[in-house]
Design a binder for this molecule. Structure first.
Ligand SMILES: CC(C)(COP(=O)(O)OP(=O)(O)OC[C@H]1O[C@@H](n2cnc3c(N)ncnc32)[C@H](O)[C@@H]1OP(=O)(O)O)[C@@H](O)C(=O)NCCC(=O)NCCS
Length: 153
């Protein structure tokens, strides 16, 4: 399996772990498939173990609205969940968004991830149907990126 397919499979496993069946996964698939254009743009980060096996990944994309970036996806292989990996990936999303000159990250959260984003410090600002499966209501969060403490940025 090539790396892109492996990353997509992590997203599939993570979503199945939240209780969605194969039919739901098939509907969600356009949203779970790793985005090759974002990889090419350097907007995907993969967390790997020492053996080079990917444990999770995160991606952000520009929105075209100044200062606003969108969390495209954040997925941790369920075999490694609740070990702080999602927190580390979210920190990377902040760095990737800074590269896009973003100061706010918009997040469309599945119902199973709202506590995670609240814990990350994001604020719920609304709700929206999942474009690939409108029966699923997503919570919209906004995360305000703190000013960088790094010199010169
Ligand atoms: C959401 C997700 C990225 C979190 O990854 P993770 O590595 O398990 O997260 P962390 O270990 O860094 O969790 C940090 C904190 O977030 C909260 N949290 C994370 N998952 C949670 C859950 N399922 N229920 C409640 N709180 C949760 C907890 O406060 C946790 O701290 P604790 O473990 O000390 O209690 C991961 O569960 C995932 O891939 N989910 C499925 C895919 C998905 O829905 N992605 C988001 C698309 S919108």
């Amino acid at each position: 399996m090539d790396e892109a397919a492996e990353l997509t499979q992590i997203a599939v496993r993570a979503t199945k772990h939240d209780g969605y069946d194969d039919e739901a996964i098939a509907r969600f698939m356009p949203g779970l498939k790793i985005n090759l254009a974002l990889i090419a743009a350097g907007l995907v980060f993969v967390a790997e173990g020492e053996n080079g096996v990917p444990y999770g990944h995160v991606s952000v994309r520009p929105t075209g609205i100044g200062g606003l970036s969108l969390l495209d996806g954040i997925f941790v292989d369920p075999a490694y969940s609740r070990r702080g990996l999602g927190t580390r990936l979210f920190a990377t999303a902040i760095e990737l968004s800074r590269k896009l000159a973003g100061n706010v990250i918009l997040i469309n959260s599945s119902p199973h991830s709202v506590e995670f984003y609240a814990r990350m410090g994001a604020n719920k600002i609304g709700a929206t149907p999942f474009v690939f499966s409108p029966d699923v209501q997503l919570s919209m969060f906004a995360f305000a990126i703190p000013p960088s403490t790094e010199h010169g940025t």
